[in-house]
Write a protein that binds this ligand. Structure first.
Ligand code: SME
Length: 171
């Protein structure tokens, strides 16, 4: 298995996502455990883009619970009706926040976070399993290229989840 991912640091975000996709697919292809795959996807995104914080929150009972991530320590539990993550989960759609101070109910796990993007992860029955959350310490960091690139990576995760038996999925 690869020991690192590599993307052209001077390439456009869209080009970097295109370079990263086959590397993420290769990382996930040989692994059936969802948490292990999420851990490697978080590490790959951190290595490729240097995001301030990148990670996952997974649905458990009536809230989102912190999963694998890279970056400063973070809030462990978020209600389905709380924060950017809860809004993306409940609305079943990607949310891009150019300035977190202008998002009502934003949860500041770190005071250094300035902009954010959250992408829902769907299961085989269309249920939302959790979210991919990315924070930047700069305003307005996330473009349409990030939205498309991160949504494509979440589709890869979803396909790997569909290939798991129920016993391996996060309950
Ligand atoms: N800002 C998120 C909380 C998670 S921290 O960013 C890792 C929110 O408002 O849901």
């Amino acid at each position: 298995m690869a020991e690192s991912v590599s993307v052209s640091k001077d390439a456009s975000p869209a080009a970097r996502y295109a370079e990263l996709m086959p590397q993420i697919e290769a990382l996930i292809a040989g692994e059936s455990n969802l948490v292990a795959n999420l851990a490697n996807v978080a590490a790959a995104l951190k290595e490729a883009f240097g995001f301030f914080w990148v990670g996952f929150y997974l649905a458990e009972d009536r809230e989102l619970v912190l999963g694998p991530f890279q970056g400063p320590v973070a809030c462990t539990r978020i209600g389905f009706d709380q924060g950017v993550c809860g809004r993306a989960f409940t609305n079943r759609e990607t949310i891009v926040v150019p300035n977190v101070d202008e998002f009502p109910g934003h949860i500041a796990c770190s005071s250094a976070a300035r902009s954010e993007i959250v992408v829902p992860i769907f299961g085989v029955e269309g249920e939302v399993l959790g979210v991919l959350d990315v924070d930047s310490d700069r305003l307005d960091s996330f473009s349409e290229a990030d939205r498309k690139g991160l949504e494509n990576i979440v589709r890869v995760i979803e396909r790997s989840t569909r290939s798991h038996t129920n016993s391996e999925r996060i309950e």
